[in-house]
Design a protein around this ligand. Structure first.
Ligand code: HEM
Length: 420
């Protein structure tokens, strides 16, 4: 019971170690079991990587969209479902869809996110990265890497992807802060803590409404003047011969803007934190830039910024010898899958030379992260620009993590460094 309460507790994710301990214990003693936590419907906790992959592969048997894809309280779940049914302000996004809608909507932008098609974007991403590295150098010998670099860099990249002008950065920041997952009170994210549903939902609805106007205008503009950005693809996209409705286009903008931000920020901040605490790893990757790829995969595994997604069983079935009933809810723990002793040697070591590195931080199967190549590219470019200039780095006080249980990571990484 105590472990079940830990894995839904935002404070445990902020403290990090309780989560590592809770999932280590579950994998050893009870790798697939039902958690009963007050306020939530019972849910299966899926902790082993092989079981997570099996659930994700069987996407007809385990649906995303029957109910919220994120763990919510019974009360929040009821309200969200009512709003989804009755409100013009919320439509399902890609992660909440199942086939045939999911395949149709995903196909629309899959080409844009393919590695070969991201190449033209790389020069502009490099310019953005250089700007942030210069800003870091301008701080002298101390900065908060999470706040000063890692948090804003992916926002600027995703704005470039969508075609949002720099001048609108504050509005985009508001959207990503208020709409997506993180409930950390210090960051003023008005989504509110789990349980604070009235306020949270009112705020989300208000934010979404604000942005409908913004993105509607953008859609109209791209219909008249298509460019090479994602907004143009979305605005001119068709599903089964019909143009995308305004709300469907909106939900696409929102998922791209939000999914592409906190995830990459958290991973980037977590990577520098890990390097500052592991000088031998820093030395390795500095001396051998071919290890940047290893640094990226290891920091994604290490940080695992998406802490879970939920699935709902569409039929009675079996998983790892347990009977799952139609309608049962499953909590896929990516952090647990990424420490699975059956997959990784020394899973609690941060090792940039780890090969292979078969993590599940991007999920798996039909819903596997659509932006994974973009995320990898922007992190690679940042490290290619930063590492040659960064002579030394160490922590300058304790790092701190967000209090949240969905998408989260470090919120403060104070460092002392030498740069040229
Ligand atoms: C889905 C992680 C960066 C866009 C997902 C999922 C995870 C994830 C775990 C759910 C996968 C599943 O259910 O199997 C991450 C991580 C990132 C990252 C760890 C960075 C380190 C990005 C970026 C974008 C993006 C840069 C760009 C827009 C999306 C979208 C989906 C998604 C659109 C929904 C895909 C679908 O349901 O078909 N991501 N993500 N992500 N991600 Fe990412």
């Amino acid at each position: 019971k105590e472990i079940a309460e830990t894995i839904v507790d935002p404070k445990a994710y902020a403290a990090f170690q309780p989560i590592e301990d809770a999932f280590r214990a579950l994998r050893a003693d009870s790798p697939l079991d039902v958690a009963e936590v007050e306020g939530f419907d019972p849910f299966w906790v899926v902790t082993r990587q092989a079981d997570i992959r099996e659930v994700e592969l069987k996407n007809e048997l385990f649906h995303n969209g029957d109910r919220s894809t994120v763990l919510t309280t019974i009360e929040a779940d009821r309200k969200v479902r009512a709003m989804m049914g009755g409100s013009p302000h919320l439509v399902r996004s890609l992660v909440q869809m199942d086939n045939p809608d999911h395949a149709n909507y995903r196909r629309l932008t899959q080409g844009y996110f393919a590695p070969q098609n991201l190449r033209p974007l790389e020069d502009r991403v490099r310019e953005i990265a250089r700007g942030f590295v210069d800003r870091m150098a301008a701080h002298g010998d101390r900065c908060d890497f999470a706040k000063d670099v890692a948090f804003l860099y992916p926002l600027h990249v995703i704005m470039e992807v969508l075609g949002v002008p720099e001048a609108d950065e504050p509005r985009m920041l508001k959207l990503t802060q208020e709409l997506f997952g993180s409930a950390d009170p210090e960051l003023n994210r008005s989504q509110g803590q789990v349980g604070d549903t009235d306020q949270a939902l009112a705020n989300i609805q208000g934010t979404v409404a604000d942005f409908i106007a913004y993105f509607n205008e953008m859609t109209e503009d791209r219909r008249r003047n298509p460019r090479g950005d994602l907004a143009s693809i979305i605005a001119n996209g068709q599903i089964e011969g019909q143009p995308l409705g305004h709300l469907e286009a909106m939900s696409y903008y929102i998922i791209a803007a939000t999914a592409g931000h906190d995830t990459t920020s958290s991973t980037t901040a977590g990577a520098l934190w890990a390097l500052a605490e592991n000088p031998a790893q820093f030395k390795k990757v500095k001396e051998d830039p071919s290890l940047i790829k290893g640094l990226i995969e290891e920091s994604i595994r290490w940080e695992t910024p998406v802490k879970h997604f939920m699935r709902t069983a569409t039929e009675d079935t079996e998983l790892a010898g347990k009977k799952i009933a139609k309608g049962d809810w499953l909590f896929l723990s990516y952090p647990s899958g990424n420490r699975d002793e059956a997959v990784f040697d020394n899973p609690y070591d941060f090792d940039v030379t780890r090969t292979p590195n078969k993590h599940v931080a991007f999920g798996y199967g039909a819903h596997v992260c659509l932006g994974q190549h973009l995320g990898r590219m922007e992190m690679r470019v940042l490290w290619e620009e930063l590492l040659p200039r960064l002579e030394s780095v160490e922590m300058d006080g304790p790092g701190r993590r967000m209090e949240a249980s969905f998408v989260c990571g470090p919120k403060s990484v104070p460092i002392r460094f030498k740069m040229h």
